[in-house]
Design a protein around this ligand. Structure first.
Ligand code: SF4
Length: 390
């Protein structure tokens, strides 16, 4: 944390807000026993009280003028077997997204170098898979992880469900973070996805936690959920022990052809409230502004940074949906006096073990991830529409 900010921290650490009865010293401690009612009370506070509290906690735990910049790279796009209601990559919906093969290691390396030049300290590789399967494709992903770690960048993967052995192999290759979002509350998750259960998500996070890899897990607002669901997701994330090191807060980008195509854009005030509440409930976590940034003004994003967001995704595409241009982001950083976070600021760089020296061999496991397959009307309707278009 910068020197000047420490001076600021000393000034604010003793401030308690007499108007809303908040003791920020108490609030900035990590708690794993948040209740939905407590979180709702925070979310619904008068905006100025909420912002004040979130910003105070943010300054205690993080440098408020430093924002992590990550680049999201779709290494395997489209053709996914899952039915996530928000996702244009699900093969069952007609969204115009073409499936493609897994990227080559060289292509990924070139993209990572470009991202590093553009100020990114992390590359997050996403594959449209239900779960990781041992075999040549996973071996190729492990090579990508080794390659990017050797570029001294943080490497994150989001590949679907993983077993403990697969998580260990990723850790050995030098993976820094694994992303696996909870998306929403357990109750609302069932309204969006029928091809796997919430417990599968939690089990995957648990498998990652058994390694040195950090956990990135968050969700999406604007899917038709209510505020109780947003609070329910934060209960689930805060209960994790340790809490995730990184939490993306996405605003739904309603893509034509998906079951959620008709959802209204998220209001900026909902985003600010969600970011601020996340900051208070997950004080040590890096809170990431993710999908939906193109719909936000610079002023709106600045408000989110003030409320505790300290990470963004850079690059003109977020998997398949639009994202602000890198140059635009850098202009915004200059305007706001923000600096990109250096890699390995929060945790030391993992070592890469070469494939020949690996202690973990592929087990060829066939884990029984669930398939509840309950009926979600809007998912069924979007699927039927695809058949008509075909
Ligand atoms: S979110 Fe992931 S798992 Fe779900 S349909 Fe899209 S690519 Fe598949």
């Amino acid at each position: 944390m910068g020197k000047d900010n420490n001076v600021f921290n000393r000034e604010v650490t003793s401030i308690n807000n007499p108007h809303c009865g908040i003791n920020s010293d108490f609030m900035s401690k990590v708690r794993h026993n948040w209740t939905k009612e407590e979180i709702l009370e925070i979310y619904n506070r008068p905006m100025m009280d909420l912002l004040y509290e979130a910003a105070t906690i943010h300054r205690k735990q993080h440098d408020p003028n430093v924002v992590q910049v990550s680049t999201l790279l779709s290494i395997k796009t489209g053709g996914c077997s899952e039915d996530c209601g928000y996702c244009p990559q699900a093969a069952r919906y007609h969204t115009g997204v073409e499936g493609n093969d897994l990227m080559t290691v060289n292509h990924v390396k070139a993209q990572a170098l470009r991202a590093r030049e553009g100020g990114s300290s992390r590359v997050c590789m996403g594959a449209a898979w239900r779960n990781v399967k041992d075999g040549p494709e996973f071996d190729q992903v492990l090579d990508m992880v080794r390659t990017i770690n050797k570029l001294d960048m943080e490497v994150c993967c989001t590949l679907g469900m993983v077993t403990e052995n697969q998580a260990q192999r990723l850790a050995e290759a030098g993976l820094y973070a694994y992303n696996h979002n909870l998306d929403s509350s357990e109750e609302y998750y069932k309204e969006v996805i029928s091809t796997r259960g919430y417990q599968d998500r939690l089990d995957t996070i648990d498998n990652v936690r058994k390694t040195n890899v950090t956990v990135c897990s968050g969700g999406i607002i604007g899917m038709g959920e209510n505020i109780e669901d947003r609070a329910g997701m934060l209960v689930a994330l805060s209960t994790l022990n340790p809490q995730p090191e990184s939490t993306p807060i996405n605003a739904l980008v309603a893509v034509e052809g998906t079951p959620l195509e008709g959802e209204k854009p998220v209001e900026i005030w909902d985003m600010v409230r969600m970011v601020a509440t996340t900051r208070i409930v997950l004080p040590e976590t890096q809170v990431r502004l993710s999908a939906g940034r193109t719909q936000m003004s610079r002023e709106g994003q600045a408000m989110c940074f003030f409320a505790g967001a300290n990470s963004i995704f850079a690059g003109d595409k977020l998997l398949t949906t639009p994202n602000p241009d890198v140059n635009e982001d850098m202009k915004m950083f200059k305007l706001l006096g923000l600096n990109p976070q250096k890699p390995f600021t929060k945790k030391v760089q993992p070592q890469t073990v070469e494939a020949v020296d690996s202690q973990f061999e592929a087990l060829g496991e066939k884990p029984k991830w669930t398939r509840p397959e309950h009926k979600i009307d809007r998912n069924e309707a979007a699927k039927a529409k695809r058949k008509l278009v075909k």
